[in-house]
Design a protein around this ligand. Structure first.
Ligand code: GDP
Ligand code: ZN
Length: 454
């Protein structure tokens, strides 16, 4: 069966007859068996069902007649042809029904996008998140968030408008607590979104480091096949290589990047730029260094010097560092390296040898544990913390809102008047998600890839 919806423009009642020859079924929201007849020729085109949705209690808030007819191509085209003869009928544009519903105020932008995401949902979790959006749960969550921000703004404006004595003490402290809570709520949803994205498209793990330290060897070790070219000529990996694999039950997209060093070679420099870009976009990056190149033995004590030019690109503090080529160190030094590594200010570090396999087992086990803990793999508990955001546009505006709130917190002890602006912007960012603000910019984009008939 094919459903054909007809939106009928109101026809002025004909003089002398209280009920014009109305083709609409007498009672709304009931199925009627009907014959579809060409109004010009009187020919019967099909037999089907008709339902009349009376506005404003219809999807678009307008009167809608839905015809359920047989789906054969000839049937559908003859009916569409007959409808095209009517002066008030034309084919709907993609997403037009939803757009009309939106214009009538029947739904906000998050619900509109929910419909789109629902139609395109490929996984169970995408379906669940999209369905919540269509039901208005994202809208409700956002509108509460926005109300809370505006409340804070109200308090801050009171601070500005009235002299200090008129105002209760501690108002600003109260506002700070409230904004912290707002930030926490946003961050929770953003991290849920991030987790969902990782489950969908894989965690982006980038291998980086100077040339010739064993990056490609590590990549191959993960890939367990000769995916990257391993040579002893520095600067061999000139572009970014990628493979998809699973680490600790998590889908991972692993990237091998060009060794980062000063170079006059144009092609190599492009590779290094791509490497830097990939490291920026990675969820997690793993720096590989060659142990013999970074250790210094002074008075019998082993010191490790992390290369500065790399630290400039990406702070070591938030990185995992893999010290490779442990086999090249004398046994005594190799043992002391462990103590030196523990002193480093890094997220995690291991000393291994990709050639002999020393330390690789422990490294993989710990990496699995880290990934599972950080990006957990939706455990049953996690499902409870309701995932609301499944749409990249929403997460972008939420991130912006979070930045404005942070700016407010950073400046509110100084010039409150300026700080208040940040809260206003934060509220605006939320309003952009639901379509209360700046809606014209996004409508065409959103409806462009909607399917016809929705
Ligand atoms: P990349 O330039 O960082 O990608 O480094 P490669 O993976 O291409 O390795 C550079 C050289 O180091 C190659 O000759 C490897 O065989 C060698 N190599 C890699 N891992 C080890 C290791 O654990 N010990 C030793 N001795 N050599 C290694
Ligand atoms: Zn390489």
């Amino acid at each position: 069966m094919v459903r054909t919806k007809i939106i009928r423009k109101p026809v002025p009642p004909q003089r002398g007859s209280s009920s014009p020859t109305s083709p609409l079924p007498p009672h709304p929201w009931q199925f009627y068996r009907c014959r579809v007849v060409h109004s010009g020729t009187g020919e019967v085109l099909d037999e089907g069902l008709a339902v009349f949705f009376k506005g404003p209690r219809s999807f678009t808030a307008e009167d809608v007649l839905e015809l359920h007819v047989h789906s054969g191509r000839a049937v559908v085209s003859s009916i569409l042809g007959a409808l095209a003869c009517l002066p008030y009928c034309r084919l709907a544009e993609p997403g037009e029904f939803t757009r009309r519903a939106f214009s009538a105020g029947h739904m906000d932008l998050t619900q509109v996008e929910g419909i789109h995401d629902l139609i395109n949902a490929e996984t169970e979790s995408q379906r669940r998140v999209a369905l919540q959006a269509t039901a208005g749960q994202v809208r409700d969550w956002l509108s509460e968030l926005r109300t809370d921000i505006i409340k804070c703004l109200g308090y801050v404006e009171a601070l500005i408008d009235f002299s200090e004595e008129d105002i209760e003490d501690g108002i600003l402290d109260d506002v700070k607590l409230r904004t912290d809570d707002i930030s926490r709520r946003i961050r929770e949803q953003l991290s849920n979104f991030k987790r969902g994205e990782i489950m969908r498209s894989g965690l982006r793990l980038a291998i980086f480091g100077p040339p010739n330290v064993g990056k490609s060897s590590l990549f191959n070790f993960f890939a367990q096949r000769e995916a990257a070219i391993v040579t002893n000529v520095p600067g061999t990996t000139r572009d970014v290589l990628e493979i998809s694999l699973e680490i600790g039950g998590l889908p991972v997209v692993l990237a091998d990047t060009a060794g980062i060093r000063e170079t006059d070679d144009v092609v190599e420099r492009i590779g290094i730029e791509r490497a830097a870009d990939r490291i920026d976009r990675a969820d997690l990056s793993l720096c590989v260094l060659s142990l013999p190149e970074v250790i210094r033995v002074e008075g019998g004590v082993v010191h490790i010097d992390l290369p500065k030019e790399l630290a400039g690109k990406t702070s070591f503090k938030h990185n995992y560092v893999l010290f490779n080529k442990r086999d090249l160190l004398p046994a005594k030094v190799a043992d002391e390296v462990v103590a030196a590594i523990e002193k480093l200010e890094v997220e995690g570090a291991w000393a291994i040898s990709l050639n002999t396999g020393e330390g690789t087992k422990g490294f993989i086990q710990e990496l699995e544990t880290i990934l599972r803990a950080r990006y957990n793999v939706m455990s049953e508990d996690n499902k409870e913390s309701q995932v609301l955001i499944g749409n990249a546009r929403h997460s972008t505006h939420l991130e912006t809102a979070l930045e404005f709130i942070k700016a407010f917190r950073d400046t509110c002890d100084g010039d409150v008047m300026l700080a208040a602006e940040e809260l206003r912007y934060a509220a605006q960012s939320i309003g952009k998600i639901t379509g209360e603000i700046g809606v014209e910019d996004v409508l065409d984009v959103i409806f462009r890839d909607f399917c016809i008939g929705k």
